[in-house]
Design a protein around this ligand. Structure first.
Ligand SMILES: C[S@@+](CC[C@H](N)C(=O)[O-])C[C@H]1O[C@@H](n2cnc3c(N)ncnc32)[C@H](O)[C@@H]1O
Length: 390
């Protein structure tokens, strides 16, 4: 049992440290990042000075998107995102520390006035439990203060109820989840749940773009128990391969490193801690139907394996189901494939279930039709129209 003389739990240490860092800037928590200077112009100085990020996920946002920023701090990424997504988009920042929320909320109207529209809001919650609105829970508990085990159990029931009736962030409501230097701060036993929560709140076709600190080796237990190293974004860092695998385990696909700093931010006992930015997509789940489509992997690798188990050899005309065909047509895959539709399209309502995980090849006759026997004149262009013709 933990006694009052022991170090605080990592989450409590984190909250204390960031409450202080919301009041006065703490240089040690800052990892230098080059943000787009044009987008910083309208952001109040206090927000910029209390920057505790390690990357810039906002670079990868598009106009009109609904964005959720996990661990939004004083709001810098939210205020940058607000400008990128524009008046048609929306930005929600979530943080668990009141002092951080206070700074962010105080500056939100200033940014809105300078922008000419208000599209940012800040909510209080823990990012590993995005269902639970801590401000509503707090208000309820003030009305019915806790005393004894019975009320503690009732409070737990209330939390379950709130997650269903008034979720902090609704299921499948967000286009992009971003985060800047926060996932590492979540305690080890909650990390799996954290990745599942990111997956839950994203709509199908949505993506996560996460900047965080990772390590090149496992962080020893003793280092993990150091609250200062924990809250300083060191001890809670996942090993870099484990970080990518966590997205895979939560059901994401097309996971890739958008950035991996060549130089470590810090090195502790020979272990390197550096910033990475990872992108991961949601949407590979669903039924497979046969519409006689095929794809050709263009290379340069001899063979690749996707997150659904499809193995594709360079140059092979591989039969895929419609779901996979449509996924490959979008980022991050599209540039790697050629797409082959059947000469005579099948009607979707006639499509049969199809398991394309076995890498079956699609014979050209299947694409063209067994009866196809056309003979044609030379085409005008055979290089896609980019220059001289044959
Ligand atoms: C390193 S700072 C990053 C702040 C901000 N993203 C930035 O770029 O400046 C970490 C922030 O995450 C918040 N935080 C840490 N763990 C959290 C958790 N489990 N749930 C919600 N917020 C958390 C802290 O309160 C703090 O504001």
């Amino acid at each position: 049992m933990r006694t009052s003389t022991q170090s605080p739990r990592p989450e409590a240490a984190t909250q204390q440290r960031y409450a202080a860092a919301a009041k006065a800037p703490e240089a040690a928590l800052c990892c230098p990042v080059e943000y787009n200077q044009d987008l910083l112009k309208i952001i109040p100085r206090e927000v910029i000075e209390k920057d505790y990020g390690c990357g810039d996920p906002s670079r990868h946002l598009k106009p009109g998107e609904i964005v959720l920023d996990l661990g939004s701090g004083t709001g810098k990424i939210c205020f940058i995102a607000a400008q990128v997504v524009g008046a048609q988009g929306r930005v929600i920042g979530v943080d668990m520390t009141d002092d951080m929320l206070e700074v962010a909320r105080r500056h939100a109207p200033v940014v809105a006035e300078r922008l000419g529209f208000a599209n940012v809001e800040f909510r209080k919650g823990r990012i590993q439990d995005l269902g639970l609105d801590l401000e509503i829970l707090d208000a309820e508990l003030r009305k019915h203060p806790m005393a004894g085990a019975d009320t503690f159990l009732r409070a737990q029931e209330l939390a379950v109820d709130l997650r269903i009736k008034h979720p902090l962030v609704e299921t499948e409501s967000v286009d992009v989840v971003v985060s800047n230097c926060v996932l590492n701060l979540v305690e080890p036993q909650d990390k799996r749940q954290l990745f599942h929560e990111i997956f839950r709140v994203l709509r199908k076709g949505g993506r996560a773009v996460i900047s965080d600190i990772v390590s090149d080796e496992d962080v020893p237990d003793l280092m993990q128990q150091d609250p200062a190293l924990w809250s300083g974004c060191i001890s809670g860092a996942l090993r870099e391969d484990v970080f990518l695998k966590a997205f895979e385990d939560a059901g994401f696909y097309g996971i890739r490193l958008l950035n991996r700093d060549a130089h470590p931010w810090r090195t502790v006992q020979g272990i390197e801690f550096r910033s990475v930015t990872v992108e991961a997509f949601k949407g590979k789940q669903g039924d497979c139907f046969e519409l006689n489509q095929a794809v050709v992997y263009r290379g340069p690798f001899r063979e690749v394996l996707d997150d659904d188990g499809h193995r594709l050899r360079r140059g092979d005309r591989v039969a895929v189901c419609d779901k996979t065909f449509q996924l490959y047509r979008k980022a991050p895959y599209a540039e790697h494939f050629e797409f082959i539709e059947p000469r005579v399209p099948l009607r979707t309502e006639d499509a049969k279930p199809y398991d394309c995980a076995h890498g079956k090849l699609r014979h050209p006759r299947e694409t063209k039709g067994m009866e196809y026997d056309a003979t044609t004149e030379a085409a005008k262009c055979c290089d896609g129209g980019n220059g001289g013709c044959c």
